[in-house]
Design a protein around this ligand. Sequence first.
Ligand code: ADP
Length: 464
Amino acid sequence: MSNNYTGAAQLSFSDKSEQYEKTVNKNEISVIRTTYWALLNLGTHHVQERNDRKHVRISNFMALVYFAGSLLYLSFSILWDKWEWFFILSSLSLSSLLLLALNSIGKINASRVMFMVLMNFCLFLDALYVGPHAQGLNYFIISVVIPFLFFDMKHTRYIALGVVFPLLLIYAYEFVAPQFSVYNLSLDEQTILARLGVILQFLLMLIAVYQFVYYNKRAEEDLQSSNAQMVMQTSELTRSNADLEQFAYIISHDLKAPVRNISSFMSLLVSKHGNTMHPEAREFVDYSLSGSKRLERLIDDVLSYCRIGINLPKPVPVNLNEVVGTIRFELRDRLTAGNGKVNIVKELPVVNHVHSSLMYHVFQNLISNGLKFNKTGAPEVNINWTNSLNFYTFSISDNGIGISKDYSAVIFQMFKRLHNEKDYDGTGIGLAICKKIVEYYHGDVWFESEQGKGTTFYFTVRKF
Ligand code: ADP
């Protein structure tokens, strides 16, 4: 029994220790991985652009590779008892560590420039010291590639420095090398280094190119996923906008009939019994009537806003002189009574790809605003236009009260009014309608104004 018990205990103990070993290994691997990622990402939080972060990561990676490589050669220098060489290699290790340190404090350009200069200089001294048979100059092939891995093409100065400096050193080597023959390693040692160098340089090149391809691929994947996300968000936004407009449309449409009923019955009440009513009751009824009429106009305007772009027929060429002619005809009583004028400065063009109903709305709103917000006693609106390669630009200027520049952003918002109902009637939707229509035709609308002197509204219409 007791043996059995011991056996079971032993089994469970070995199981446990195996499990424990696995956990320790796992933890060790995760610590190594975390440290590696932390080193790789040093300084990336100081960089805004994704592409620049990629280059910083590659520079960290290359510094780690150079650090590991220099440690390998350091062990040779200790083994062969070559202390001058040891110091050169130590400088290479230090410049790798310095790059990481500078990156970590956000000096990302200084770090990479410093590394390119120091690393090349160390390689130069190294090539001189170990002797020509070790073929140390081959490392400069990677040096010339490094600036393209470290920097984006927009950093031409740094890239030029990174390429020109090693080339100059290769050139200088021819002249300086003979002076260093005294430090040369033995022929055997040089041959070992040359063979090792070929393998390492090949590996280094492979790693460098892999890094570049890997990060480019990852950046492309990130871009694709953020593009897909943007498309999704845009379609979601379009859908919720459409829902909102549909909602406004339904509400306005359903409100229209009862509000019209209220207005008509109020009017009927006033016309039939207005004279016999108590003055106070008449006053209340008048208020209700004007309120319901205003509500009716508001509903009509909201409906017009929601309808823009819906169920439009195919666009046909629109003669804008005719559109403005119709508006002028409709305003004739107001113009005569108010001593107003609407002038077409230069005959307007015939515009393709638009709808006369929508063009009517834009001109009608801007012209009637020019006449309305006017205290001169002789309101005048001038309509002009200019032609450019892709756009027509129309201007509607008045000699009215003017608008402060402070309102240039908000004035086109729905229900935004700068004056109260008592001074100037209106619903505050006219300019929002203009903007929506103009944007429907891929154009823009804005104004220039001088307070007390007048306002000019401009809008563009794309020609195709
Ligand atoms: P509404 O005319 O119904 O008030 P709009 O959207 O057409 O609404 O205009 C919004 C506001 O912009 C107006 O209430 C007015 O304060 C100002 N505005 C528009 N056009 C002019 C203009 N030509 N001159 C001065 N102010 C203007």
